[in-house]
Ligand binder design. Structure first.
Ligand code: ADP
Length: 185
């Protein structure tokens, strides 16, 4: 999954994972779980999450890699949500995929205008500390600088599936499934 904050990546990621019977690996969920448990690592992570900055790559990789390896072994695949988020992580993800024989079949890119994203983030501001207006705005800037370039990266590899994320949640799922069902067959 490749998507700006507020596009619905978590919701759609869970639905994709359920439909195809593979684990949903969400870097954000993993980090929030770690911070909620107030482990030493969690305290380190919360500084980045609270600001809306990217967690350093070495920390990200150390928390994600084992889950990818386990998912590949147990389920033959996985949905990655929130990772990779910059070019260095994309190279690492490709390496993990080679090592586990699970090369990416598709990169689902949820596309939405800034207006849609800002209003969705504002709407859930009560639920997530990092959805406050200032931090959400910063997350959108970080996305534009580091993550948006992955759209071209995956388009060049021929695996980008662009979806209009402004539609209703179920309609977005239907668009995604209709493409992924064809890729799977
Ligand atoms: P969103 O896409 O709405 O920003 P996420 O749950 O994917 O939500 O990410 C929340 C926060 O977790 C990010 O702002 C960032 O601090 C951190 N994060 C998540 N995934 C990564 C990653 N792959 N690399 C670096 N930081 C990450």
């Amino acid at each position: 999954m490749l998507a700006p904050p507020g596009a619905g990546k978590g919701t759609q990621g869970e639905r994709i994972a359920a439909r195809y019977g593979v684990p949903h690996i969400s870097s954000g969920d993993i980090f929030r779980d770690e911070t909620a448990r107030q482990t030493p690592l969690g305290k380190q992570l919360s500084a980045y999450l609270d600001r809306g900055d990217l967690v350093p790559d070495d920390l990200v990789l150390s928390l994600i890699k084992d889950r990818i390896v386990a998912a590949a072994k147990e389920s033959g695949g996985y949905v990655l949500d929130g990772f990779p988020r910059n070019l260095a992580q994309a190279e690492a993800a490709a390496q993990f995929a080679r090592e586990t024989n699970t090369s990416a079949q598709a990169v689902v890119y949820l596309d939405a205008t800034a207006d849609v994203l800002v209003s969705r983030l504002a709407g859930r501001g009560e639920n997530r500390a990092d959805d406050s207006a200032a931090v959400a705005r910063h997350r959108l800037e970080v996305y534009a600088e580091y993550t948006q370039p992955l759209v071209d990266y995956y388009a060049a590899r021929g695996i980008l599936v662009k979806i209009d994320a402004a539609a209703a949640v179920d309609a977005v799922s239907q668009q995604i499934f209709s493409v992924l069902d064809r890729i799977k067959d």
